[in-house]
Design a protein around this ligand. Structure first.
Ligand code: ADP
Ligand code: MG
Length: 627
């Protein structure tokens, strides 16, 4: 029998080393990992058999056998099996597996023991309990059986074998017991049964082990009790998602999520969906506690798993969930879909569309419930995923407005916490006609805006938008419950009463020429110069006409957009500077241009923009200080 010895790849060595020296106390999870691989292997065989008639489906099972004499624990399955290359690629290297992500997540963190158990560390976890591991495997529809063997150090050997098996058999040679670690416990019948129930109950194939049965003893011979062993199925085989929420413990649910979706934290939320009717399906959905690794840039990761009658069909099925809910993990199990449905067919499938729209509804309902019953949790959620909901609102011209608008929370001038639009509206004083907002990065900036004083004086609250997408979102929404959104730096504010308006019109009429002259001077930079209706103390400000605000222009500029805000310079007619301008216009027309430019720069700076000519502006300011 020929045998080849090969070196493990560097990354694999690292992981193996970690497993061998692990001080992790729940080494028992190795069994969960090996059983899950066995179950995957059966899934794969079953799946192949759908299209390949030559593959027969035996009575699928996973067998766990302890041999106390030889200190071995054997896990066998009659799944797809591995050929020589696969043994090498799948076990000799860390493939796409959970193990790889485990290492990536681990980074330089020193304390591995905390997260080992929470992570799917895969096949290699066997080395936490075994000093030697043998994998005997026969790939379905081939003529060869191979034996992979490793003592977990640097290398492994692969040789061909004469043993007749169907699928894969993994033999663990358990380590010697020590003071702290009693590896022989894993040979104990009760311990094995407990572990299978704890971690692998929902596995859809029977997991069997040998169980001691007590024989009927003849009366008077009780002391001569006799026993025999029977092979018994230990797991309930009901998929977790088909159970009632109340029949699943939090621990089971969390373990299931972490193992299946490779996270090391418990989920923030789990949603059970069970629908019977024209379409019958179950879904189990999770919101991860923190956005998953890479989730922002890699939207290909999104989608739900699809099962039909408990059989795994497709991973990351995007048609089951709208784009903006990319962060949701989970699965859908429907009884009504054909087993051989392809991705192409799915897109067309009306049932899938129905399921998707229902899944979306359920998620939003869950979020609404969280917002209502556990505000802190919702805020935690919103900090990480709020942007997703905002994009959902913005997308498709606000088509999801009705379903999403009450899930948005924002900061505001008067409140120290996030508020909903409903809460804003409820607190509006009599006479307030709009929902006001301003887009700025910080609350301080917003508070210092000259435009803010008038609203503060009136006791109006102002939404403080600090996310790039916020302003775009509000514009697409247009209104909340028939109250229109209005930027305090854009368009007409309409906050003056009739009297005040009349007075302003007069001032405007009397200073027509002055305003014209200013406008002419600044015509390259602003589209108009007007007397402000929004300033109280401040001298000048910029406002924007039309749909694009100055903040939006900044966002668009960063995405190299060409769209520009149509800027207007507003001058406070009640400010001393206006009297000064009138004087200059009368006596020293040449100087007016200087003043106009300076005031524009002033207004630009207030908006957080660059002055037109920073050096000139700085020099002028110094000159003024010296006067
Ligand atoms: P993962 O299960 O996350 O892929 P593992 O380290 O658990 O990572 O397993 C690595 C790979 O080895 C699996 O993806 C699979 O291809 C293969 N494998 C492991 N156990 C078996 C088995 N019992 N039968 C067939 N293939 C297996
Ligand atoms: Mg695995």
């Amino acid at each position: 029998m020929s045998s080849e010895t090969k070196e493990f790849k560097t990354e694999t060595k690292k992981l193996l080393d970690m497993m061998i020296h692990s001080i992790y106390t729940h080494k028992e999870i190795f069994l969960r990992e090996l059983i899950s691989n066995a179950s995957d292997a059966i899934d794969k065989r079953k799946f192949l058999s759908l299209t390949d008639q030559s593959i027969i489906n035996p009575d699928y099972q996973i067998l766990v056998e302890a041999d106390k004499t030889n200190r071995t624990l054997t896990i066998s399955d009659n799944g797809i099996g591995m050929n020589k290359e696969e043994l090498e690629n799948n076990l000799g290297t860390i493939a796409k597996s959970g193990s790889k992500e485990f290492l990536e997540q681990l980074g330089d963190k020193a304390n591995t023991s905390d997260i080992i158990g929470q992570f799917g560390v895969g096949f290699y976890s066997a080395f936490m309990v075994a000093s030697k591991v043998e994998v005997l495997s026969h790939k379905v529809n081939t003529n060869e059986t191979y034996l992979f063997s490793s003592e977990g150090l640097d290398s492994y050997t692969i040789s061909s074998s004469d043993e007749l098996i169907d699928g894969t058999k993994i033999v663990l040679y358990l380590r010697e017991d020590t003071e702290d670690e009693k590896y022989s416990e894993f040979l104990d019948e009760y311990q094995i049964k407990d572990l299978i129930r704890k971690y692998s109950d929902y596995i859809r194939y029977p997991i069997k082990t040998w169980v001691t049965k007590y024989d009927k003893v003849e009366e008077g011979k009780e002391d001569k009790e006799s026993t025999h062993l029977e092979l018994e199925t230990i797991n309930s085989m009901i998929p977790l998602w088909k159970k009632n929420r109340k029949d699943v413990t939090d621990e089971e649910l969390n373990n299931f999520y972490k193992q299946k979706f490779v996270d090391y934290q418990d989920p923030l939320s789990a949603i059970f969906v069970s629908v019977e009717g024209l379409i019958t399906y179950n879904a189990l959905l999770f919101i991860p506690r923190k956005p998953m690794f890479n989730v922002y840039n890699d939207r290909d990761e999104r989608g739900l798993q699809l099962y039909t009658k408990g059989v795994f069909i497709l991973d990351k099925c995007k048609d089951l969930i709208p784009d903006y809910l990319y962060f949701v993990k989970g699965l859908v199990d429907s009884a009504d879909l054909p087993l051989n449905i392809s991705r192409e067919l799915l897109q067309e499938d009306r049932q899938i569309k129905k399921i998707a729209s229902n899944v979306e509804k359920k998620i939003l309902q869950e979020l609404a419930k969280m917002l209502k019953n556990d505000r802190n949790k919702y805020e935690e959620f919103f900090k990480d995923y709020g942007r997703a909901l905002k994009y959902g609102l913005y997308e498709n011209y606000g088509a999801r407005k009705e379903s999403l608008q009450d899930l948005i929370i924002l900061h505001s001038l008067n409140e120290d916490k996030f508020i909903t639009l409903k809460e804003y509206k409820e607190k509006m004083p009599e006479g307030q006609k709009n929902i006001y907002y301003v887009a700025l990065k910080t609350k301080e900036q917003a508070l210092n805006l000259p435009q803010m004083t008038l609203l503060k004086n009136k006791g109006y609250d102002v939404l403080l938008l600090n996310d790039d997408v916020d302003e775009f979102m509000l514009q697409v929404m247009h209104d909340y419950d028939k109250v229109e959104f209005k930027s305090i730096t854009q368009g007409e504010l309409d906050l003056l009463d009739e009297e005040e308006n009349k007075k302003l019109d007069e001032v405007k009429e009397n200073n027509k020429d002055l305003l014209e002259a200013l406008k002419e001077t600044l015509k390259d930079d602003v589209s108009d110069v007007i007397l402000s209706k929004r300033l109280v103390d401040g001298a000048v400000c910029l406002s924007a006409k039309g749909g694009i605000s100055i903040e939006m222009e900044k966002v668009l500029a960063a995405q190299d957009g060409m769209a520009k805000a149509e800027k207007i310079l507003e001058i406070n007619p009640n400010h001393k500077i206006f009297t000064k301008l009138q004087e200059i216009y009368q006596n020293d027309k040449d100087k007016l241009a200087d003043y106009a430019k300076f005031l524009l720069d002033d207004a630009l700076i207030i908006e957080g923009l660059q002055p037109k000519d920073p050096v000139n502006f700085a020099n002028k300011a110094i000159e003024l200080l010296l006067k």
